[in-house]
Design a protein around this ligand. Structure first.
Ligand code: ATP
Length: 324
């Protein structure tokens, strides 16, 4: 049955483009005369009944804004039976027929568990800078995060070349190396350390020594935050213990999460927000809507998080060859 009242929330870490997705979902719902309600602060808002009806104007002037107007959160309570029962009560009270969740793998897992327990119709959108969800080539926020990190890397490169220094730059990505690889390739890094591949400290030291000997002006190593050899400081110290080379570390941190979303993220978010409402209208639920090979596809929730999305090993090969 076509839904009459739907809810929408953003969950997990915030990602640039979440607002564009909210805007698209709200405007599409209104186009079909479906009423749409925003829940504040992720699943917590559903538990607490922190709800606001979203009208056409509620989402005016937000397509270009980073963060999320609904706020986001990680909700420990939602992982409990009690929390879920409260959330279900809220949905009953406001007669919400279906829920759109924008978030990362944890949020999709939450949607799956909640739907299994309560039979609520749930549909997901991939919103995370980490790009670590199966079911979409890219997640909303990834492109902006990569571009923000890249801007910083480009600036650091100026200093690295002027001072002929070795730089370790730590980027986000949690347990996935997608941001690291993209920034490494686009930023012309000497090496990229990611959680998906074993980090060879003596091999890296040898490579850096070789680079310095042949007169490379800048040596930039991108470190993904989840690398098994440690954070950028730890890795830099391990290299120093072998090479005795001066180094600098830059941890980019939260600047990668903020800022205006790129055109790519706004377009993806708009397409997916539109697709989510259309999916619910066609009685499609229990899945995440993403884009694969430029086509909108739906993937059952459990497939989006139960296996690890694979990095493209060719990118690493290209980085290494281009840095020779
Ligand atoms: P990001 O990729 O940006 O970290 P995420 O969606 O993966 O985003 P998480 O903190 O892992 O972020 O998950 C968001 C929320 O989803 C959790 O705080 C919790 O409320 C809910 N969630 C995660 N796993 C479960 C689960 N097994 N059962 C119920 N809810 C869950």
């Amino acid at each position: 049955m076509r839904p009459k009242r739907i809810g929408i929330l953003t969950s997990g870490g915030d990602a640039p483009g979440m607002n564009a997705a909210i805007r698209a979902a709200v405007r599409t719902a209104i186009h079909y005369q479906i009423r749409i309600f925003g829940f504040k602060h992720g699943y917590n808002g559903v538990i607490k009944g922190d709800i606001v009806e979203l009208k056409r104007n509620s989402v005016a002037n937000i397509i270009q804004r980073g963060g999320t107007i609904l706020g986001t959160a990680r909700s420990a309570q939602f992982t409990t039976d009690q929390g879920m029962a409260k959330a279900k009560k809220t949905l009953n009270r406001y007669k919400i027929d279906a829920l759109i969740v924008i978030g990362g793998d944890g949020s999709m897992r939450g949607a799956y568990e909640f739907a299994k327990k309560t039979r609520v119709k749930m549909i997901g959108l991939p919103g995370t800078i980490d790009n670590d969800l199966l079911g979409s080539d890219f997640t909303i926020g990834f492109d902006t995060a990569v571009n923000s990190a890249l801007e910083a890397v480009d600036k650091i490169r100026d200093t690295a070349s002027s001072l002929e220094r070795l730089f370790f730059i730590e980027v986000m990505g949690r347990y996935a190396g997608f941001i690291g690889l993209a920034v490494g390739l686009a930023g012309g890094a000497e090496d990229v350390l990611i959680p998906e591949t074993p980090t060879d400290i003596p091999g890296l030291a040898k490579q850096i020594k070789h680079n310095i000997e042949k007169g490379k002006k800048s040596n930039i190593v991108i470190v993904s935050e989840g690398d098994e050899a440690g954070d950028a400081f730890t890795i830099a110290e391990k290299i120093k213990a072998i090479l005795d080379e001066d180094y600098r570390v830059a941890v980019l941190g939260y600047i990668q999460r903020g800022g205006a979303p790129t055109a790519i993220d706004r377009i993806l978010a708009s397409k997916l927000g539109y697709a989510a409402v259309n999916g619910l209208k066609k009685n499609m639920y229990g899945c995440m809507v993403g884009e694969i090979n430029k086509k909108i596809v739906d993937t059952p929730f459990e497939k989006t998080y139960s296996r690890k999305k694979k990095i493209d090993p060719d990118i690493y090969t290209i980085i290494k060859i281009l840095a020779e």
